[in-house]
Design a protein around this ligand. Structure first.
Ligand code: KG4
Ligand code: ZN
Length: 342
């Protein structure tokens, strides 16, 4: 089955074409230029930009795949969670194409897309432990099958990506901040500043990132800013590396504990923050030493993309699952409980 997949849940306009040989095309039009000057995503601008980009992005995906709409046999799109104004654009275009062409259609949960993205690159046996780390989410799941997920833990406050973005803003770096911090941290000393690691007493596999953000603010107010002015690029690299190390540590500890407790053999990390080079190295080293198979999707499938939505949607379509055209966008959408018709 050749499937057209659309993803517009946040600030990337994405379309992909997948068939039984895998991903034939995957196009992502980033809106970073639009939102960068505001230091965060402006929802109204995001949906407007999706309106401008969505049809050209679909045309490019079809062109790259060397197919036309006539060759598409199924349509899938993200319907939540995300910014409703953004979701509606991609979802409505997908429903319109499916309606016009009388094609089977199914909506996909964005989180499901991230959790399954690894399967675009390599097989991983179920059940596996899935750590989802993005700008909006930081959660641990046991992935039992396509469509069967058990949530084990979640962040109590900020998502890890949010901590990176807010930290970068405090340091005067651009948006999105994760990549900015990652790049500067490469030359820095991870042990230069010891930012505290949150330790939660209850909620075995939960995370918390508001504390590390506050301690960065305190560090800057109590002499850190002056040290940065004096120390230039090298001092900034040290702060980035130390701040990043605290976040990475706080992601690794509950993940390894959950993997041990649940007897998972594989740990899969996904979502925008899984592009972080230090998280990739540290999780791989620690996880491998503890006897786990640790897997990260390729960079292009870590951040938002439509290929991962196509993977999840195509698997559901092949099983005969369908949504009708009343499917609406959902700002919040827990994973694994969507009422899909079979
Ligand atoms: O999954 P994603 O593209 O969008 C959603 O939030 O769903 O994730 C975006 C987040 C942003 O917070 C961004 O700063 C973070 O992923 N990110 C990174 C890196 N690349 C993107 N964080 C740390 N290191 C990176 N290299
Ligand atoms: Zn995402």
């Amino acid at each position: 089955m050749r499937v057209l997949a659309i993803e517009t849940s946040c600030d990337d306009t994405a379309a992909a074409v997948l068939d039984d040989r895998g991903v034939r095309a995957s196009i992502v039009a980033s809106q970073d230029m639009v939102h960068g000057k505001y230091g965060g995503i402006v929802p109204e601008l995001a949906s407007r930009q999706h309106m401008v980009a969505i049809l050209p992005v679909i045309q490019r995906a079809l062109g790259d795949a060397g197919v036309g709409l006539d060759d598409i046999e199924g349509v899938t799109a993200t319907y939540g969670p995300g910014l409703v104004g953004s979701l509606l654009v991609g979802l409505q275009v997908a429903k319109g194409i499916a309606f016009d062409r009388q094609l089977p259609f199914v909506g996909v949960n964005h989180l499901e897309g991230h959790l399954l993205a690894i399967l675009l690159d390599r097989p991983v046996a179920f059940p596996y432990l899935g750590l989802l780390v993005s700008g909006g989410h930081t959660s641990l799941y046991l992935v039992e099958d396509v469509g069967r997920y058990r949530q084990l833990g979640r962040t109590r406050d900020d998502a890890a990506g949010e901590a990176f973005d807010k930290g970068a803003k405090m340091l005067g770096l651009g948006f999105p901040g994760g990549k900015e911090i990652d790049q500067r941290a490469v030359a820095g000393d991870r042990a230069r500043i010891r930012f505290p690691r949150a330790q939660l007493k209850s909620g075995l596999y939960d995370f918390s990132f508001s504390g590390v953000k506050t301690s960065l603010r305190q560090y800057l107010l109590s002499g850190g800013s002056a040290a940065l002015l004096d120390g230039g690029e090298a001092a900034l690299a040290d702060v980035c590396a130390s701040f990043q190390e605290a976040i990475v540590d706080m992601l690794i500890v509950p993940t390894l504990k959950a993997a041990r407790d649940l007897g998972a053999t594989s740990i899969v990390v996904s979502g925008g923050v899984s592009a972080n080079s230090r998280l990739r190295t540290a999780m791989t080293e620690t996880g491998t030493a503890a006897g786990f198979d640790v897997a990260f999707p390729r960079f292009a499938y870590c951040t938002d993309n439509a290929a991962m939505i196509g993977y999840a949607g195509r698997a559901r379509l092949l099983r005969g699952e369908r949504h009708d055209f009343t499917l609406n966008a959902a700002a919040t959408l827990p994973i694994g409980v969507d009422p899909v018709e079979r």
